[in-house]
Design a protein around this ligand. Structure first.
Ligand code: AMP
Ligand code: MN
Ligand code: MN
Ligand code: MN
Length: 308
């Protein structure tokens, strides 16, 4: 392991682990609706004592979130959700407790910022050809200072009256296989995991069931994630039923840790993937890990590696 790697350093207080824990959510720094301040304040009201802000491909909201977390008396872990490729498929890797000034992370973010700008241009050109004029300016208005993504195009399409809701914008124009689904050369998963770990963070495979993979492919993804030194998997994320949770647990049981690897098995993470208040099924802070798994936050406790 990288000697500068700070995984396992004591950090979390008992107080931080005394309430709800939510390690995946978004603010206006990416495609969330709430400012970092409003998000932290909402988390506090929901009984959250440990929160990670994990905006897509940016850490720009962390300073503001940290200031509010200090004011509200909850613990904020600096995080990020990095877009990556596993083969030709897009996967999301959450980095938790990252040093946001680390060179590897700064570079990872800079690269994606450019890729997102280029993609936005291409999405807009394609939409314009379909007769949707003003898409880029419209999406930029919704992105504001934040990194631009497909949800900003979706919101603009709703506002412009082209579709009745964001879900339809994805279904018809922006989702997989649709005109706005531009192939992007995101950095690959192993490189992404390495950037997060070089920044002292834990690399977490986000929402494994959201990639539309067969069980066989999912097993291969988890094996590759583990072999690339990934730390944890989101066992609970956003809208998920108990059957799906059991499916992820069963997949985790089958992952084989590479021989000679000093690390233990993959840890478990959880998060709401909260983006906006009017989605009751993704309420901030309303997630809980099943019994019997080793939580990712054990990495940041004194006497790490005890099962809670
Ligand atoms: P991007 O990272 O710009 O490609 O956008 C991905 C984001 O779009 C996800 O993080 C979700 O927030 C959102 N998203 C993806 N699929 C849908 C969908 N079907 N309906 C609404 N939002 C979606
Ligand atoms: Mn999103
Ligand atoms: Mn995601
Ligand atoms: Mn997310």
């Amino acid at each position: 392991m990288d000697p500068e790697h700070s995984l396992g350093r004591p950090l979390l207080t008992e107080q931080a682990l005394s309430g709800q824990i939510d390690l995946h959510c978004h603010s206006t720094a990416s495609d969330g609706i709430l400012s970092p301040t409003a998000l932290v304040s909402r988390a506090k009201s929901a009984g959250v004592t440990l929160l990670a802000l994990t905006d897509h491909d940016t850490v720009a909201g962390i300073d503001e979130a940290e200031a509010e977390a200090r004011a509200q008396g909850l613990t904020l872990l600096p995080g990020i959700e990095l877009t990556a490729l596993w083969g030709r498929r897009v996967v999301h890797i959450v980095g938790l407790n990252v040093d946001r000034r680390a060179t590897a992370l700064v570079q990872a973010i800079r690269l994606r910022d450019q890729l997102r700008r280029d993609r936005a241009q291409q999405i807009a050109e394609r939409l314009e050809k379909r007769g949707f004029a003003g898409a880029l300016a419209g999406a930029r208005t919704f992105a504001g200072e934040g990194v631009i993504g497909r949800p900003h195009f979706a919101r603009w399409m709703v506002e412009a009256g082209h579709v009745s809701d964001s879900g339809k914008a994805f279904k018809r124009y922006l989702g997989a296989g649709k005109i706005g689904d531009v192939a992007v050369p995101w950095p690959d998963m192993a490189e992404t995991i390495s950037a997060i770990r070089s920044a002292g963070g834990a690399a977490v495979l986000a929402h494994p069931l959201k990639y539309g993979l067969t069980r066989t492919k999912l097993r291969a993804l988890l094996a590759d994630f583990c072999a690339a030194a990934g730390d944890a998997v989101e066992v609970v994320c956003g809208q998920q039923n108990p059957v799906q949770t059991r499916e992820i647990l069963s997949l985790l049981d089958q992952v084989t840790v590479p021989a000679g690897e000093p690390r233990g098995p993959l840890l478990a993470s959880l998060g709401s993937d909260f983006h906006q208040p009017d989605q009751p099924w993704r309420a901030l802070g309303c997630v809980r890990l099943p019994a019997g798994v080793e939580p990712v936050w054990n990495l940041w406790q004194t006497g790490a590696n005890q099962i809670q």
